[in-house]
Design a protein around this ligand. Structure first.
Ligand code: GDP
Ligand code: MG
Length: 828
């Protein structure tokens, strides 16, 4: 793939190419001002963006380009990462990345104000949401108005119009998607990956299908999820794109728009959050923007359901008539010497035939090639000569523009955006939401308050879930299930049903599925709080605050949330890893959640503590929790060296304004999670219950057993018993109860009580009891959790996790047993 030819002359007079950039040490030695050593609160202008590869491209795509002004706002409480303000929004990045971004301190320059922000242009016909009636669209994407590029023959009636919903993260995609589709949405997976693929018909419009794509900032894929979005629009060729743009953050959002326009796919722009813009005295001249961008622009507020109908009308129109964007050329031949313009157009000509053959839109292909996108280069399959010419074109552009190619392209796009915004956007003064966010952040990410607040928030969530709301609902549900069971029980008895069938229904299905079902209220309540925290923007802050800590074990800040939920219940913890942006982080986090001791294990701890160590309850409980965390850290370090080499996602993340979550989104999410869980309860878990019931109720000759010691389960337990002997648990009854614990951890205790009729205390030594506690802490999670893992990562991973956890548990239990039975007594 790297078939670039070596060129005979030196390019050292240029800005060095990405790979040759300076390291932290070097910048410090040279005493260059970087974002890292810039004092807090100072305005500055970026002079150079170092680093290389995808991360550098990502920085550029987020607007961190030479010439942009930045302000360093604060450091996270643990000193890393930092928060900066750029293009009017907040971004986080790690210090080591900040060290690669060189700046000049504007405080030291006499007139340091950015002239751009001051230029609020007076506008002719300003449209905002409230005076929609006064706006007459120039006619793009409207009935009876074909623009000259529209195809003569529209798509045949009855074609299912497929739309892709594309936009930045937090631009309101999910909110709009829920408005568009109502409840007719279905969730699947993108082929080959386990990322939700939500599609649905637009309400009231048969023959439409809109797909919600993962949020992206540019068409240079950076995380695996972003690759999904890009591949979707490139390969599945939707009939139309609905590009959702956060109008309160319009410069950054339009960056993606520029690249989408190059795809030559019919498109409408949904200018979202217009309620906030007009609420703060800002406005956007939609008509003018439409003219400049060459696609319909519809102001909407997704959360208030304003303008959505009009958006749909336009979307269907452009897709049906296949009206492609009027403008795809954003380079200006008169600007900055026109070098980018000339280079781009030269590449257009150079690759035209290849682009047609490979089915990649020409403009898009050309600008990606100039940005050094290896995937596109590979797909285009250029000839050696062409590659050489391409490289010459790019080098000449770099030389003339005095910027490297990626930065030059990003700069070209942002210059165009600046022009569009200068002429169409009247910025709101200082938005209420922004001020509110800054105030909240003084507490939520403040140096001394952030961590206590976080602990308090999580404690409140747990308390409310496990002690108040969830527990209340759970007891209601349990009572419901109980009375239903009784009803079924007496019904079956009065019908004189066969005893075995009776046992299967009541002892197997009702009690098994019932015990798993009783998790449901907990899960729903936990997700209720979680989705509020996520949608409001708080989770992003948590990630910011916790990043340093999690980085030590090879994860990034966001993983803290699933891990904490793991202390409640592994099932929602695994499900919640979907908030993580990278596959690597997601897998690793899922595999670590079982180490967080879930609440279902509490009865086991309580039982043994009261039987063996009544005076050291607190100590032992705390010790167990800490041991779980310690084991998790050790395993994480191991994973990091083996399964999950490489770095956690670099921490370049937007900190969105705090927003009130939409009730609809929350409800939709709860419904999805509940449905997902119920589906599993009645499939995987249903089958597993029947199997365990069968093993427990029959002996090897398939006779119903009276005494459970004769059952197949007991025989199986007897088979694995030798394995448990070295850890001090060589008793078939303990093995049986551990096996039954796979159904639900609580049943370890109930099984023990049945099997040890004269009490456990007399049958076990305290060393064995310790060993059993440690083993229960760490061994395989319950069937509900396993099936969540299977849903997220597939059967292979789920099975490996089961085996792996048992192995880890065995090792730890062995050590603990050894210490308690041999080493400690020797000293005492
Ligand atoms: P996504 O990340 O693109 O899916 O964005 P979401 O749909 O989750 O929305 C992010 C946040 O913005 C949520 O808190 C929404 O409630 C909020 N939001 C979405 N649309 C609007 C809008 O039109 N106006 C306002 N004020 N808030 C909105
Ligand atoms: Mg979303």
């Amino acid at each position: 793939m790297t078939a670039y030819v070596h060129l005979p002359w030196s390019v050292s007079e240029l800005e060095p190419r990405a790979s040759a950039f300076t390291s932290i040490e070097l910048t410090n030695i040279l005493n260059v001002m970087t974002l890292q050593n810039l004092p807090l609160g100072n305005e500055s202008r970026i002079t150079k963006v170092g680093g290389n590869g995808g991360l550098r491209q990502h920085f550029l795509d987020m607007g961190v380009i030479p010439g942009a002004s930045v302000k360093k706002i604060k450091l996270a409480p643990m000193g890393d990462p930092m928060e900066i303000e750029i293009h009017g929004y907040e971004l986080t990045l790690r210090l080591e990345d900040a060290a690669k971004i060189e700046v000049e301190d504007l405080k030291n320059l006499s007139e340091g104000k950015d002239s751009k922000t001051a230029s609020s242009v007076s506008l002719g016909s300003v449209t905002n949401l409230s005076d929609k009636t006064s706006s007459s669209h120039p006619g793009l994407g409207e009935e009876g108005n074909f623009h000259e590029k529209a195809t003569e023959n529209p798509l045949p009636d009855g074609t299912i119009l497929r739309f892709a919903l594309v936009g930045n993260q937090n631009s309101g995609k999910t909110t709009l998607f829920n408005q568009l589709t109502g409840s007719n949405q279905h969730v699947g997976n993108f082929p080959g990956v386990t990322v939700d693929r939500k599609s649905g018909e637009i309400r009231g419009n048969k023959n439409t299908l809109v797909t919600d794509l993962p949020g992206i900032y540019s068409m240079s894929p950076y995380s695996s999820e972003e690759l999904i979005s890009r591949d979707f629009v490139l390969n599945e060729k939707p009939h139309g794109i609905i590009n959702i743009v956060d109008a309160t953050n319009i410069e950054r959002n339009l960056y993606l728009t520029m690249q989408l326009l190059e795809l030559n796919i019919p498109m409408v722009i949904a200018l979202n959050m217009m309620d906030e813009v007009s609420g703060n005295g800002g406005s956007i001249d939609v008509n003018k923007m439409e003219k400049l961008l060459g696609v319909p622009v519809v102001p909407i507020s997704a959360s208030k359901n304003q303008g959505v109908d009009e958006l749909v009308k336009h979307a269907i129109h452009v897709a049906h008539f296949q009206e492609t964007p009027l403008r795809q050329d954003f380079c200006d031949e008169n600007e900055k010497g026109g070098s980018v313009h000339r280079a781009l157009h030269a590449v257009f000509h150079l690759i035209q035939d290849h682009a047609e053959r490979s089915g990649i839109p020409l403009r898009f292909a050309a600008s990606k090639l100039l940005e050094d996108d290896k995937r596109i280069l590979y797909k285009l399959d250029l000839d050696v000569n062409e590659k050489e010419i391409l490289e010459h074109i790019a080098l000449q552009m770099e030389k003339e523009r005095e910027l490297d190619r990626s930065a030059a392209m990003a700069d070209m796009r942002f210059s165009f955006i600046q022009k569009v915004c200068d002429s169409c956007v009247k910025k709101p003064h200082e938005s209420k939401e922004r001020l509110r966010s800054q105030k909240l952040d003084r507490v939520f990410t403040g140096k001394f308050t952030a961590i206590p607040v976080f602990v308090a928030v999580m404690a409140a969530v747990f308390f409310l879930t496990f002690n108040v709301i969830g527990a209340f609902l759970q007891s209601l549900l349990e009572r419901g299930i109980e009375s239903l069971t009784e009803l079924a029980d007496s019904g079956l008895s009065s019908l004189g049903t066969n005893e075995v069938l009776h046992g299967l229904i009541i002892d197997g299905i009702f009690s098994g599925v019932g015990s798993v079902l009783s998790f449901l209220p907990i899960i729903v309540t936990l997700f209720f709080f979680l989705s509020i925290l996520e949608d409001s923007g708080y989770i992003a802050r948590v990630a910011f605050v916790m990043d340093t800590l999690l980085r030590k074990i090879g994860l990034s800040g966001r993983s803290i949330v699933p891990l904490l939920i793991g202390f409640g219940c592994t099932v929602p913890a695994v499900m919640s890893t979907r908030i993580l942006p990278s596959e690597r982080d997601r897998k690793m986090t899922i595999l670590l959640t079982p180490f967080m001791s879930c609440t279902a294990k509490l009865p086991i701890y309580a039982f043994f503590v009261s039987a063996f160590f009544p005076n050291h309850g607190g100590l032992i409980m705390t010790g167990l929790y800490l041991l779980g965390i310690l084991a998790g850290i050790l395993v994480a370090l191991l994973y990091r060296k083996t399964l999950f080499r490489g770095e956690p996602v670099p921490f370049v993340m937007e900190l969105p304004n705090y927003r009130l979550p939409s009730a609809r989104n929350v409800a939709q999410l709860l419904w999805e999670k509940a449905k997902d869980f119920l589906e599993r309860a009645f499939t995987v878990i249903f089958v597993a219950t029947i199997v365990v019931w069968f093993l427990q109720s029959f002996d090897l000759h398939l006779n119903l057993v009276e005494d459970s010691s004769m059952s197949i389960l007991a025989k199986l337990a007897g088979l694995i018993e030798p394995l448990f002997r070295p850890i001090g648990l060589g008793d078939w009854r303990i093995c049986t109860s551990l096996i039954s614990g796979v159904m639900a951890k609580e049943s370890v205790v109930s099984t023990l009580e049945i099997l040890f009729s004269d009490g456990v205390a007399s049958a076990l030594s305290s060393a064995s009891a310790m060993s059993l506690l440690v083993f229960s802490l760490l061994y395989t999670p319950c069937i509900a959790a396993i099936s969540s893992v299977k849903r997220e990562l597939g059967a292979k991973w789920a099975l490996s996790l089961v085996i792996w956890q048992c192995a880890v548990a065995w090792i730890f239990a062995f050590a603990v047993n050894l210490i308690c039975a041999v080493i400690l007594p020797a000293f005492l």
